[in-house]
Design a binder for this molecule. Structure first.
Ligand SMILES: Nc1nc2c(c(=O)[nH]1)N[C@H]1C(S)=C(S)[C@@H](COP(=O)(O)O)O[C@H]1N2
Ligand SMILES: [Mo]
Length: 406
């Protein structure tokens, strides 16, 4: 039954259940009326997301968090950004789900059922940072096409699954293997079954890392449908586009994977800095690998009002792709001087790290708090927009919030 038909037949009680609140003047509601709360997009239950999340696009669905929503140390589903290149799969038959390992560099093509994957290989749980390569795109000038992500396309949840390397080794990897490419069951926006919305991958060096998982649980529950149920690749610290959702096939390639969104300007940046707006030759574009150092102030919320002579405790997270964050600083004078934050060690490699600091303000007035992370190789976040690139990737400029002391 279609949703609309179902809702037409539903009683007031059922509607109230769906909305999650009594419809106080329900008796006056016109017959067959379709309450706004249940129209698409489903305002209150959108993929189980917080109503404060920002919907950037509905076709495909792209939703981002606001900084204060990411305050939890482990990102819950309700605050996790959603990035789709195509249409969500509609029906998933768990019993029939299989993962096939093929490609030029597999010794023998092999297919596993989900239960085989779960029983045959040891399971691991890691907290892993996933940031969309286009996070921060909205600030680029000249503007870059695509979803205008501000700061909220990053998450760090717990992922449980089997190691990709264990599965590939079981299938058998030929010596000439250089890359893997994933294939998934979401459909292209055109609904053309011969087109894939996205099919990316990673070089073998990333594939063989302990933390690179074929995951079936997120935060100790089945992965939510929108985030890749029942099986997804997780490659923390790299652009999240490498972490394919709904995957049913992995090809071991003897060359750099050439699937959809592996070429041209997709997830590639000029190998050397270029002037804003400059045309870049195809051979001068490089695939994005480890993400750059970055941080987010998750408390307080921008716009906070603080009483004079009161200390303000700020906190947030910092991450640095394949590296660790070595130092975290804040500034209340637009970057003229910087003071130290406390920065924790990550719970495991490729997990974001938590920072905090206790600030005092010299007098009443308007302030901005800027946060700046430094990675273990000494590279600091830029205060303003970093290198322009055609698709607006890798904006890791310092996060700022505004506060008023009264
Ligand atoms: N099958 C499939 N996998 C995908 C995508 C997609 O559209 N289809 N989007 C990728 C991109 S660009 C990102 S940033 C992440 C987003 O993961 P999330 O929606 O779970 O936050 O998934 C990646 N994996
Ligand atoms: Mo992405």
């Amino acid at each position: 039954m279609s949703r609309r038909k179902f809702i037409k037949k539903a009683t007031l009680g059922t509607l109230a259940g769906l909305i999650g609140a009594d419809i106080v003047f329900g008796a006056s509601m016109p017959k067959n009326y379709f309450p706004i709360a249940l129209q698409e997009p489903d305002l209150f239950q959108l993929f189980g997301k917080s109503p404060e999340m920002t919907v950037l696009n509905t076709k495909p669905w792209n939703i981002e968090a606001k900084a204060h929503l990411l305050d939890d140390k482990i990102t819950p589903n309700k605050a996790m950004f959603l990035r789709n290149n195509g249409l969500l799969p509609e029906k998933i038959d768990l019993d029939k789900w299989t993962l096939t390992i093929d490609g030029e560099s597999v010794k023998e093509k092999k297919t596993y059922s989900l239960s085989e994957l779960k029983s045959k290989f040891k399971q691991y749980t890691y907290q892993l940072t996933l940031e969309c390569g286009g996070n921060g795109r909205s600030e680029f000038d000249p503007p870059a096409k695509g979803n205008q992500w501000t700061i909220g396309a990053v998450s760090c949840a717990n992922w449980t699954g089997v190691r990709l390397k264990d599965v590939l080794e079981d299938a058998g990897i030929k010596e000439d293997a250089v890359y893997i490419g994933y294939h998934a069951i979401d459909s292209h926006l055109s609904r053309d079954p011969n087109k894939e919305p996205i099919s990316r991958g990673a070089p073998m060096e990333k594939v063989v890392q302990d933390e690179t998982l074929l995951a079936f649980k997120m935060n100790n529950e089945a992965i939510p449908l929108a985030h890749g149920y029942p099986l997804r690749l997780i490659a923390g610290g790299w652009p999240a586009s490498v972490s394919g959702k709904w995957i049913n096939r992995i090809s071991i390639r003897n060359k750099v994977h050439d699937g959809t969104k592996m070429t041209g300007t997709a997830y590639r940046v000029p190998c050397k800095p270029v002037a804003p707006g400059e045309k870049v030759k195809d051979e001068d574009m490089c695939i994005i690998e480890s993400m750059p150092v970055k941080s987010l102030i998750t408390f307080p919320k921008t716009g906070a009002i603080i009483k004079e002579n009161k200390k303000l405790h700020i906190r947030g997270h910092a991450w640095a792709g394949e590296l660790e964050v070595a130092q975290m600083e804040y500034s209340i004078d637009f970057g003229a001087t910087w003071l130290e934050c406390v920065i924790d060690k990550p719970v495991n490699r490729l997990a974001w790290q938590h920072f905090s600091a206790s600030l005092s303000f010299p007098q009443k007035g308007y302030y901005e708090i800027w946060a700046r992370a430094t990675d273990s190789q000494g590279v600091k976040q830029p205060m303003v927009l970093p290198g322009w690139n055609p698709k607006g990737y890798l904006n890791n400029a310092c996060h700022r919030i505004a506060v008023k002391v009264i």
